[in-house]
Design a protein. Structure first.
Length: 135
């Protein structure tokens, strides 16, 4: 799956679109997404709210997991927040771990524009016996 195909398919992810998450690059078992930090993404401590970071990582994870054309749905995810950020751009880079069969494992690193680590997300998907819906 290339970037344009991923953008068409995941345009249906209305929540990620609402938050401003964009797909930067995509390939087999891989996705890079970004979020330009705006005031609406900040919490009461004036750092990016954890849900916004999770949404960014989750979209990259979903694109990478579904890049083989088979519908893959999350069955377990975990995120660790390592640093706060109040401005700039965040990037989530998802990579597939191992051979994607029925269960797929993925690592997602969330970094800022200076490549500082902001969060680490790990996810596992179950691959259904059906093709990924297209728009």
């Amino acid at each position: 799956m290339d970037r344009e195909s991923a953008r068409k398919i995941f345009a249906g992810d209305r929540f990620a679109a609402l938050t401003g998450v964009e797909i930067v690059d995509a390939g087999a078992g891989y996705c890079k997404a970004k979020l330009v930090i705006e005031d609406r993404h900040l919490n009461a401590a004036n750092v990016v709210q954890g849900g916004a970071i999770f949404t960014l990582a989750d979209l990259a994870f979903g694109v990478a997991a579904n890049s083989h054309g088979q519908l893959a749905l999350a069955i377990n995810v975990n995120i660790s927040y390592l640093s706060g950020k109040s401005s700039g751009t965040l990037y989530a880079t998802a990579t597939e771990i191992g051979d994607p069969r029925r269960l797929g494992a993925y690592d997602v690193l969330v970094t800022d524009e200076l490549d500082n680590l902001i969060a680490r997300f790990n996810g596992m998907v179950y691959r259904k016996n059906q093709h990924l819906p297209t728009r």
